[in-house]
Each structure stands twice: as structure tokens, then as C-alpha cells.
Ligand binder design. Structure first.
Ligand code: MGD
Ligand code: MGD
Ligand code: SF4
Ligand code: MO
Length: 751
């Protein structure tokens, strides 16, 4: 590793190279031209399997987000609480971080510290974080924002099929004759993959048949041959209803069920005992629409189902995934081209984070902390004393912030995620960050909603400023090139983690080059379901992308898994898992009569730290809003554009109304992109509930109960009146001084 003091100068020579898009899990390979220390042009790479030349507006506009006054170019430090965060050099920042972490570990033990990472860290960084925290520190309080995102998909795959990771690939789009898109708004969130479906339908006489299951009539739903507008939270009822119909009429693949599954008899018995009328009442969709859906499924030769947060962000998240996979098992639509369940991953390396073991119950190579042999394998590999790695899963995202508030966790290191905007129940998150003794934030910008709470801010290299490995939705492992030098003293995420580890005197972090980190991690996947042994750093540099499993260097990678229909369970059989429909955690009532759901829009990425800097994206969607069915608006005297106050049991916000018949009556939708940096009392996560799926701990970000009225009737609001922690006035001083400069978060002074 180079010396932290040796800052690379801006490169004035023009160069071109390829990097994976830092936004969604489609994983588009982008060609970029760099000169004068910036990126001039970006376009999609035609030869790339993920995008076949495709790119969306967020990708095209990447050059606009790299340079800005709030770009972090050096560490910042606040030595005493109450002080301002001030620029510092790496030596001081590392010394402070290492000393404070060591002190807390020594005084309070390993579980007093936590790492909260992200599916936006590359695999090198994710792996080193796991090695440092779960390995050397001995705490499994090491989780990722994928907990808010893919945790239920992971648990669904593991319980139904025996291992995480989708069986499918993008080429299946060309082989399917029926595509279900369930709880996913691909038009906004995975646009290049939807383009591929569209292109085939244009070529192929509107085939495959397209079904969208979503309570809202989204842009994706508008493309569908059949839109099934299920009542929110009722997917399990829908899948069970379909399964019951299939089994009752004998329209199942008996040969597949016999040879390759287990638990069918119990599942059939469970289905027989269901009350069909109760299911239909819960789903609340026209019976003719449901009949049409069953007809399509029974007539299909290859059914592919895409799904995303409409399934995962639910207290029934794992049940929804198991129940959808049940349909694939009943019909034998798995382990063959054009068929199978296909979780769309949210972030560019949510898959890689899972492979590295970043979730609190995992270890690298799809291993688990509660497995004695897995722990031993890692302890030997990392040369740690036996028993160093804890046998119990650590605290997961939401639990970590509860742990911080309760004082059980004292130090938290947050990297490539912005929890003070993206976690549910933000009032709680703010209390937790206030209570923490040490908050380390590693980001590319400052301030963010979260860095405002930091004691140490560590400057990370941005997209195209570092090399790194990521895995996309179809298990494609890719390398991104470095096209620019990071500005100032910013460094790659993996280097920052290694620097802190070495400063603390932890052995095993003396990596001279990124490749060495990748190759160490890769060796740990040998013989595991996500075997990447054959994907060496050197080979990746030559071939750019390879799909796992890829067990040796002559192996060409694997497009589709389970083609032999031997699953990753001990018996080799896939499991039917029966779940009753259970309603979401928070029911509506007289006081809070409306369902509030949240999600994304095409132009913006998460908490706006990047897309909020691209003028054309901001021009397309400049302000937050709430979508309301006209009937719900009329009843309350609300007209288009009028500010309305939304109140849940946890908080109150105000947003302008957008009236649309694409909503079911009784349902409200708001995008979650705008946090406190963009104006007070608007962040939707002040309303959302931190109710967790019992198996996956993924929070129910898609469903809570709210009341709504025209804003004029409301005197106070949530983010000011119920935030006792801001009694010191610091936050609003900070916010107003910032917003008076610019809405774009200019300026690096905090507090
Ligand atoms: N433009 C853009 N693209 C992104 C992102 C972004 O921020 N911006 N983020 C990326 C990330 S990390 C993720 S996780 C993905 C998320 O991608 P998606 O999951 O597609 O996006 P969301 O808008 O969160 O939710 C999808 C849909 O779920 C529906 N839904 C809500 N409740 C239910 C339900 O009970 N059942 C069903 N069937 N549907 C329901 C909503 O109406 C919504 O249309 O997007 C990725 N891509
Ligand atoms: N209400 C509601 N809330 C949600 C959701 C929802 O649907 N509704 N969805 C949830 C989901 S699925 C997700 S994935 C989360 C996403 O939520 P977050 O992870 O909080 O979202 P981002 O804004 O992407 O945060 C990434 C942070 O990392 C920084 N960053 C960017 N690149 C780098 C880098 O290379 N290195 C480092 N160190 N930092 C970098 C960015 O500036 C930003 O501050 O939100 C969750 N929250
Ligand atoms: S579709 Fe996703 S990966 Fe592709 S350019 Fe757009 S945001 Fe990037
Ligand atoms: Mo996500």
C-alpha cells in the first residue's frame, strides 16, 4: 500500500476505460473517457452481458456528480463533542480512530463496537470489514444496508433452495414465455433490464406474456399484458391462492415434484385447508384477473419471475419469497432456460457483500456464524485463536441503532450508507447517533444527514477513482477500472479499512495491491456454492466479467444453476415451505386510516448525495411529493399541489399532493429520496415503522398507517417538535446555514 501522505496529482492525459455503474444491481458496464481530472463522457458497453450497450439517465449523467464543493478530499475530526468537525490529515484521523476504537474494545468488549456497511462497497472493502470486525475484533455486529434490501431474498433462497443467489441469468429473458414482475418497478429501478424485456417483446410479437403484480399502476404495470393490483402486503395470500388452484386442478409438474422436491404432501394438505374466500378478500383483486393469471401460469412452458422490494420490505418478507418459489416448484419452472426465481438486487454489489459475509449472520463464502465448522475454517484461514469468532449472529441494521440508543453499542463505523436518511423511524436513529460515543463515517461527500453526527469523517474514493470488484444481479463478477485519481487525500474504501487495522496493530492487513485482497477472499469461496476460485484477479483483468460458480481457472463460468435439478439442500431437493398470510405489523384504524408506502423514482438514487447534483435529474424531479387517489383527496378537500400533512405514530411530515388514479384508494406513495438536507419535515422515514421480519430482520418499509390532512390545519410537525435531542439547536443551525447557501448541500462546515 502506498503511503497515505503520497497524494496522487491530477492526471491531464486523456484516457478511456470501463467501470461498472455505481448505481443499481443491473450492473451495467460503462465505457468512460477521462481527461483533465474528470470524466467527459460515459456510454454503455455493447459487448457487456449485463446491458448489451444499454445505459439509463443516471449512468449517462455520472460525470456531473463526481466533483462538487461537498466532495470529501480529506479526513475531518471532532476531538471533543460540542466541537466542530474540522479538516485533519490522515495521521491525526487514523491515530484518533485507532485509539478510540481500541479503548472502547478494551473497556467494553468486542460487542460494544459495530460496522454498518453497504451493498455499495466493493467486495474488497466488504471482505476487509468482515475480516477486521468478525475476525480480529471478534464481533458479529457487522451488518449492511442490504438488511433493508435483500435480507428476505437471502433467507428465502437459503430456506427454499439451500443456498443464496439466483439460479437465473439475464439471457433467460429471451427464453421465457411468461414473465412475472412482482413488487418491482423495473421501469424506474432496473430500467436497462426492463428495456431488454421490451426489446424482446417488440421483436417477438409481444412475447413473453408480461404480468405485473403491484398495488400501484406503475410505469412497469402500464407495460404489462396483465396488471394484478394486489392489496399491499397480501402477496402470500395471492401465491397460496394460485398454488391451491394449481394443486386442486392437478395442473402441476408431478415428475419434478416427485424427483426434486420435498415437503409437497404437507404443503398440499396446508393448501386444502385454506379458506379461498378469505384469501380472495385479502388480495382484493377482481376474480377474473386472478383466473387469467392462473390460466397463464398453467399454459406456460418457461416462467421467469423478477421481484424486488415489494416482496422484501415486509414483515412477511421471507414468507413472500418462499411462497413465490413454491409456485416455481409446483410447475417445475426452475433449473431450465427461461425459468426460475430472479431477485433483482438493489445495489451494485449487494450480491458481493453477501458473498463476503457482510450480513450479521454470515461469514465469507456463504458461510454462517452459527456453524462451528464454518467458524473454524475462517479462524484457521485468518490465523486466529479458536473461538475468536462468535457463534451468534450480531445485531442487524435496525437492531444496531437500538443497541446504540440503549448504550449496548458504543462505537459505530458507517461506510457507504446514509442511515440518518434511509433507516425507518428516523427519530430513533437520531437519538441513537446522539447517544453513540464514537461515530466514524466513511463517505465520498460531507455533509450528509449521517456525517453530521460523526466524530471522524473518512474521505473515500468515488466511482471511477478506484479499482474494485462487484457482483451483479445475475452473479456476474466484474472489475471496474480506475480512470481518475481521487481528489486530495481520498482513498479507496478497502485501503481505509486496512489503514485503520494496521494503525491498531492488527496483523493480516499488509496488502500492497487491491488484487491481493481479492485473491485472498476468492480462495475462501473454494468448494462453496458461490465458488469463485477460478475468477482470479489476473483473469478478471483479461476477461472483465465471469459468472459464479467458477471453480477453476479453465472453467468458463455458470449462466444457470441447478440445471441438474440438484439443489443446495442436504437432500439435494428443493423445499416446499408453507406460510399463512399474515397482515402487516401496523393495521390502519380510525386515527391512522391510510396505508403509506414508499419507494423509488427513475431520476434519483437513494438519499440524493449523488443524483441530487445532476442538474438534468434534478430538473426531472426537483421536489418530493405524495401520490394520493383522487377519492381520498376529495374526502379531505385536498387539491393537486396542495401541501398535506402526513402523520404516523412516529412522526409528521408535510409534502405537496399529487393526485393520481394509479393508486388504490386508501393507499399513499412517496419516494424516499429526500432527507433532512433537502428541507425539514419532509423525510418519509420519520413516518415509517421499524417492524422487522422475524426470520430476516428486514424492516417493513413498504407499509405503515398514517393520517392525512391539508397542511394548513396542522400547527406543529414531527422533525422539529419531537426532536428533543436537537435542544442544543445545533442541527437546525447547521441545516439553515447550509440551506441558505444552496439546496444542493454546498459547503463542508458542520455544526
Ligand atoms: N432510480 C433508482 N433505481 C434504483 C434505486 C434508486 O434509488 N433509484 N435503488 C436500487 C435499490 S437499492 C433497490 S433495493 C431497488 C428497488 O427496486 P424496486 O423494489 O423495484 O423499487 P421500489 O420503488 O422500492 O418498490 C417496488 C414496488 O413495490 C410495490 N409494492 C409495495 N408494496 C407491495 C406489496 O405488498 N406487494 C407487491 N407485490 N408490491 C408492493 C410498490 O408499489 C413499488 O412499485 O432499486 C434499485 N434501483
Ligand atoms: N422509506 C424507505 N426507506 C428505504 C427504502 C425504501 O424503499 N423506502 N429502501 C431501503 C434500501 S433497499 C436501501 S438499499 C437503502 C439505501 O440507503 P443508503 O445506503 O443510505 O443510500 P445512499 O444514499 O445510496 O447512501 C450511500 C452513501 O454512501 C456514499 N457513497 C457513494 N459512493 C461511495 C463509495 O464509493 N464509498 C463510500 N465510502 N461512500 C460512498 C454516498 O454519498 C451516500 O452517503 O435505503 C433503504 N431505505
Ligand atoms: S440501469 Fe442501473 S446499472 Fe444501468 S446505467 Fe442505469 S442505474 Fe446504472
Ligand atoms: Mo436496496
Amino acid at each position: 500500500m502506498t503511503n497515505p501522505a503520497s497524494i496522487t496529482a491530477v492526471d491531464h492525459r486523456a484516457s478511456t476505460g470501463e467501470a461498472i455503474c455505481p448505481y443499481c444491481g443491473v450492473g451495467c458496464r460503462l465505457w468512460a473517457e477521462a481527461a483533465y481530472g474528470t470524466i467527459l463522457r460515459v456510454k454503455g458497453v455493447r459487448a457487456a452481458a449485463a446491458n448489451l450497450g444499454g445505459i439509463c439517465a443516471k449512468g449517462v449523467l455520472l460525470p456531473q456528480v463526481l466533483h462538487s464543493p461537498d466532495r470529501l478530499t480529506q479526513p475531518h475530526l471532532r476531538v471533543r463533542r460540542g466541537d466542530d468537525l474540522r479538516p485533519a490529515n490522515w495521521d491525526k484521523a487514523l491515530a484518533f480512530t485507532a485509539q478510540r476504537l481500541a479503548e472502547i474494545l478494551r473497556t467494553h468488549g468486542p460487542d460494544a463496537v459495530a460496522f454498518y456497511g453497504s451493498g455499495q462497497l466493493d467486495s474488497e472493502a466488504a471482505y476487509l470489514a468482515v475480516k477486521l470486525f468478525k475476525g480480529h475484533f471478534g464481533t458479529n455486529n457487522t451488518d449492511s444496508n442490504s438488511r433493508l434490501c435483500m435480507a428476505s431474498a437471502v433467507a428465502g433462497y437459503v430456506s427454499s433452495l439451500g443456498a443464496d443467489g439466483p439460479p437465473t441469468c439475464y439471457d433467460d429473458i429471451d427464453a421465457a414465455d411468461l414473465i412475472l414482475i412482482v413488487g418491482s418497478n423495473m421501469a424506474d429501478a432496473h430500467p436497462v433490464t426492463l428495456d431488454r424485456i421490451r426489446a424482446r417483446r417488440t421483436r417477438d410479437g409481444n412475447r413473453p406474456f408480461l404480468v405485473v403484480i403491484d398495488p400501484r399502476r406503475t410505469k412497469t404495470a402500464e407495460l404489462a399484458d396483465l396488471h394484478v393490483p394486489v392489496a399491499p402486503g397480501t402477496d402470500v395470500a395471492l401465491f397460496n391462492w394460485i398454488a391451491r388452484r394449481l394443486v386442486a386442478s392437478g395442473r402441476v409438474d408431478a415428475a419434478f415434484i416427485d424427483a426434486h422436491s420435498e415437503g409437497f404432501a404437507e404443503f398440499a394438505e396446508f393448501l386444502r385447508n385454506l379458506d379461498e374466500d378469505a384469501l380472495v378478500a385479502a388480495i382484493d383483486v377482481e376474480p377474473t384477473c386472478l383466473d387469467a393469471l392462473v390460466e397463464r401460469i398453467t399454459g406456460s412452458r418457461a416462467m421467469l419471475s423478477f421481484y424486488c422490494m415489494g416482496l422484501g420490505q415486509s414483515t412477511a418478507g421471507v414468507a413472500k419469497h418462499n411462497s413465490l418459489i413454491n409456485l416455481h416448484l409446483l410447475t417445475g419452472h426452475i433449473g431450465k432456460p427461461g425459468a426460475g426465481p430472479f431477485s433483482l438486487t438493489g445495489q451494485p454489489n449487494a450480491m458481493g457483500g453477501r458473498e463476503c459475509g457482510l450480513l450479521a449472520h454470515q461469514l465469507p463464502g456463504y458461510r454462517f456464524v452459527n456453524n462451528h465448522q464454518h467458524r473454524q475454517e475462517l479462524e484457521q484461514f485468518w490465523e486466529l485463536p479458536e473461538g475468536t469468532i462468535g457463534p451468534r449472529p450480531g445485531l442487524t441494521a435496525v437492531e444496531m441503532f437500538r443497541g446504540l440508543e440503549a448504550g449496548r453499542i458504543r462505537a459505530i463505523w458507517i461506510a457507504a450508507t446514509n442511515p440518518a436518511a434511509s433507516l425507518p423511524d428516523l427519530h430513533q436513529v437520531r437519538r441513537a447517533l446522539h447517544r453513540a460515543e464514537l461515530v466514524i463515517v466513511q463517505d465520498v461527500y460531507h455533509p450528509t444527514e449521517t456525517s453530521r453526527f460523526a466524530d471522524v469523517v473518512l474521505p473515500a474514493a468515488n466511482w471511477a477513482e478506484k479499482e474494485g470488484t462487484t457482483t451483479n444481479s445475475e452473479r456476474m463478477v466484474s472489475i471496474s477500472e480506475r480512470l481518475l485519481a481521487p481528489p486530495g487525500a481520498a482513498r479507496a474504501d478497502w485501503e481505509i479499512i486496512a489503514l485503520v487495522a494496521r494503525k491498531m496493530g492488527v496483523p493480516g492487513f499488509e496488502f500492497a495491491r487491491r488484487e491481493a485482497v481479492w485473491d485472498e477472499f476468492r480462495r475462501l469461496t473454494s468448494g462453496r456454492p458461490c465458488d469463485m476460485t477460478g475468477i482470479t484477479a489476473e483473469r478478471l483483468r483479461r476477461e472483465q466479467s465471469l459468472q459464479w460458480p467458477c471453480p477453476d481457472e479453465t472453467h468458463g463460468g455458470t449462466k444457470r444453476r441447478y440445471l441438474d435439478r440438484v439443489f443446495a439442500t442436504p437432500s439435494g431437493r428443493a423445499r416446499f415451505l408453507a406460510h399463512d398470510h399474515a397482515p402487516p405489523k401496523e393495521a390502519t384504524d380510525r386515527e391512522f386510516p391510510l396505508v403509506f408506502t414508499t419507494g423509488r423514482i427513475y431520476a434519483h438514487w437513494h438519499t440524493l448525495t449523488r443524483t441530487g447534483k445532476a442538474d438534468k435529474l434534478v430538473a426531472r424531479d426537483a421536489e418530493p411529493y405524495v401520490e394520493i387517489h383522487p377519492a381520498d383527496a376529495e374526502r379531505r378537500g385536498i387539491v393537486e399541489g396542495q401541501p398535506v400533512t402526513l402523520q404516523s405514530r412516529r412522526g409528521t411530515i408535510t409534502l405537496p399532493a399529487r393526485l393520481t388514479t394509479s393508486m388504490r384508494p386508501g393507499l399513499l406513495f412517496a419516494p424516499f429520496h429526500w432527507g433532512d438536507l433537502w428541507g425539514p419535515d419532509r423525510a418519509v422515514n420519520y413516518l415509517t415503522i421499524a417492524a422487522l421480519d422475524a426470520q430476516s430482520n428486514q424492516p417493513e418499509l413498504k407499509y405503515c398507517a398514517v393520517a392525512m390532512e391539508p397542511a394548513a390545519n396542522q400547527v406543529s410537525n414531527g422533525t422539529t417538535d419531537s426532536a428533543p435531542l436537537d435542544g442544543d439547536g445545533h442541527f437546525f443551525h447547521w441545516f439553515h446555514s447550509k440551506s441558505s447557501k444552496s439546496r444542493h448541500g454546498i459547503g463542508s462546515q458542520t455544526r
